[in-house]
Each structure stands twice: as structure tokens, then as C-alpha cells.
Design a binder for this molecule. Structure first.
Ligand SMILES: NC(=O)c1ccc[n+]([C@@H]2O[C@H](COP(=O)([O-])OP(=O)(O)OC[C@H]3O[C@@H](n4cnc5c(N)ncnc54)[C@H](OP(=O)(O)O)[C@@H]3O)[C@@H](O)[C@H]2O)c1
Length: 251
């Protein structure tokens, strides 16, 4: 059950959005707060607008945030933008980097290095990068995946490739096709395991994730990011309590 515009949010939702704006102000300074306070919503950009980036960006757009979907071929994103509603639009990756107060990084993991080379310093200035991207043997090759693991795992490596950006891993192993249906679930919400090192970025991620109807669960620092990939016990749909129980069994 999502809201089509910021004007249809409930009082609880409005307070949550306002809190997100205040958190952003605390980490990004008064200029960012001035940009967001009018609608009490954030500018969220996706780098990668395929299955997962498209589904996540749509949830944020329907929640009332301004969303810019980007890819190297933004002309192909018309249907996605139309479905996401009036707060969404499409652009180039450079436009996404310029626009987003929060960035959702949802690309094949092999693309992260090049994105870091081109946009690393701009991304490092953002209060939050949500890193959804995974190194996957079947897609990226076993050697590549082993190299990322030997360099500290995907959380540590993403932050390094993005010039020390405030990275929080999240939504890494939850299927794009279920996201809308399982968000705002009645009763106990679906949990989203997250990993990060920066307290303000984690706080902002928590608020954004709650706003789209999930319960974030911090499993540890970015060094734990390797647990947040498909095929681990944390992948799939779990409640927050189940995630905490699984985390207690991990090394
Ligand atoms: N599918 C899922 O259910 C799911 C769930 C959790 C996490 N993930 C992870 O999310 C990431 C994306 O998966 P996906 O399934 O959404 O893939 P996808 O449908 O193939 O979409 C990939 C997106 O990345 C863009 N892209 C590729 N290379 C790029 C580059 N160098 N610069 C900028 N954009 C680039 C593509 O756009 P252009 O080619 O037009 O540039 C496309 O929009 C992966 O790492 C995956 O492991 C996926």
C-alpha cells in the first residue's frame, strides 16, 4: 500500500519524511535541507534502472520522493518513468550524480569501478549511497568474485572504488519482482538486512527503508557486506526477527 504523492501521505508518513529531511540536513548541511524541506521529500537517483534499480526507484517515487532513473541509455526508460508516476524522470548517469541527494547503485558489479573512476569524488560527497550491486559468479566470473572477496568483500570494495563514499549495502538479495507486493506488509514487516560504517548514512538508510514499508536490520559494518549477496542464509524474504536469528549464527 504505497502513496501516489507526497500530498496523500498520512501524518505518520509525513513525520517520517520530515525526519529524513532533518537527518539529511545534519549530514549534508543547511543547503541540502533547504532543497528538501519544501516537499519533505528527497531527491533520489538510481545508477542502473534495470530490474532492481527500476523496482526500488519506483517504490521511492510512489512514496513521494523525486526520483531520477539513469542508465547509459535513458531514452529506453520511458515506460519505467510512466509507471513510477509524476515524481519520476529519466536521465544520464552524469545527471543522476548531479541530481541525487541519495544514490541507489544497482548495476552489474563489474561496472562499479568505472563509475567510481568517473564520478567517485562527486559520489563521495553524498550523505548516502545504497549499494544494491552484487558480484555474481555466473555473470561476472569466478575470478572477479574471488578478487572482490580477497579485497574485503563488496561493501568495503564499493566504498573504496567510490573514493570513500558513505555506502550502506541493502536490498542485495531480495527479488525485484516481489518488492512492491511485499512492501508495507500487514503484521510483521519484511526485514532488509543492511551493512554500513557511517552512522549518519545508516540512520538515513533506516528512515528511507521504513518509509517504503520494510524494517531495516543492521547486521554490522561494511566488512559484513559479503553476507548480503544472493545465496547466503540472509537472502530472500525474512522478518526482522528472523534476520537477527540468522545473523547470530554467522561468523
Ligand atoms: N534482479 C534482482 O532481483 C536483484 C536483486 C538484488 C540485487 N540485484 C543486483 O542489482 C544489480 C543490478 O541487477 P539488475 O537485475 O537490476 O540488472 P539489470 O536488469 O541488467 O540492470 C542493470 C542496469 O545497470 C545499468 N548499467 C550497466 N552497466 C552500467 C554502467 N557501466 N554504467 C551505468 N549503468 C550501467 C544498465 O543500464 P544500461 O545498460 O542501459 O546502461 C541497467 O539499467 C546487480 O548487481 C544485481 O546483482 C539484483
Amino acid at each position: 500500500m504505497t502513496n501516489a504523492s507526497p500530498f496523500s501521505t498520512s501524518r505518520r508518513d509525513f513525520i517520517e519524511l520530515l525526519a529524513v529531511g532533518l537527518t539529511l540536513a545534519s549530514v549534508a548541511g543547511p543547503r541540502a535541507f533547504a532543497q528538501t524541506s519544501a516537499l519533505s521529500a528527497l531527491k533520489i537517483a538510481t545508477i542502473g534502472a534495470g530490474r532492481e534499480g527500476g523496482a526500488l526507484g519506483t517504490l521511492f517515487a510512489k512514496r513521494g520522493h523525486s526520483v531520477l532513473f539513469s542508465s547509459r541509455h535513458p531514452e529506453g526508460l520511458k515506460d519505467l518513468v510512466a509507471a513510477a508516476g509524476p515524481t519520476a524522470r529519466a536521465g544520464t548517469v552524469a545527471e543522476a550524480v548531479a541530481f541525487g541527494e541519495v544514490i541507489i547503485l544497482a548495476v552489474p558489479y563489474t561496472a562499479v569501478e568505472g563509475i567510481g573512476r568517473e564520478f567517485g569524488s562527486a559520489l563521495a560527497a553524498k550523505p548516502l549511497i545504497i549499494d544494491v550491486s552484487n558480484p555474481i559468479p555466473a555473470r561476472d566470473g569466478r575470478d572477479f568474485v574471488d578478487r572482490i572477496k580477497s579485497e574485503g568483500g563488496p561493501g568495503v570494495v564499493t566504498a573504496k572504488l567510490l573514493n570513500g563514499a558513505r555506502v550502506v549495502r541493502g536490498f542485495n538479495a531480495i527479488h525485484y519482482a516481489s518488492l512492491e507486493e511485499i512492501s508495507h506488509r500487514q503484521g510483521e514487516r519484511i526485514g532488509i538486512p543492511i551493512a554500513g560504517d557511517d552512522p549518519a548514512a545508516i540512520d538515513l538508510a533506516n528512515r528511507l527503508i521504513r518509509g517504503i514499508g520494510f524494517e531495516p536490520v543492521l547486521i554490522g559494518g561494511l566488512a559484513k557486506g559479503g553476507y548480503l549477496v544472493p545465496g547466503t542464509p540472509l537472502s530472500g524474504e525474512h522478518t526482522a526477527a528472523e534476520i537477527r536469528r540468522i545473523v547470530a549464527t554467522l561468523g
